[in-house]
Design a protein around this ligand. Structure first.
Ligand SMILES: [Zn+2]
Length: 80
């Protein structure tokens, strides 16, 4: 059985399913809830970027993940 742990919150994921229960981004594995928080955190910045640039986006994702890894979590509260 494949076991993976989230690089940000260290949650252990058993039999992880790519793009469903975990996401591989910026050379990191992140769990679904961290992925949700990441999206929520960067969405306003991504929305304000025109024209959209994919390299810029990947850099933003990478930097946001590295910052979250240092803190051990994404410092956001999702409010929809
Ligand atoms: Zn996580």
């Amino acid at each position: 059985m494949k076991v993976l742990s989230c690089d940000v919150c260290q949650k252990v994921l058993e039999s992880p399913i790519p793009d469903r229960t975990y996401y591989h981004m910026a050379h990191r594995e992140i769990c679904e809830s961290c992925h949700d928080k990441l999206e929520f955190q960067i969405k306003p910045t991504v929305r304000s970027k025109t024209p959209f640039n994919y390299d810029w986006y990947l850099k933003l994702v990478g930097e946001s993940i590295e910052k979250a890894i240092q803190k051990g979590k994404f410092d956001v509260k999702i409010t929809y």
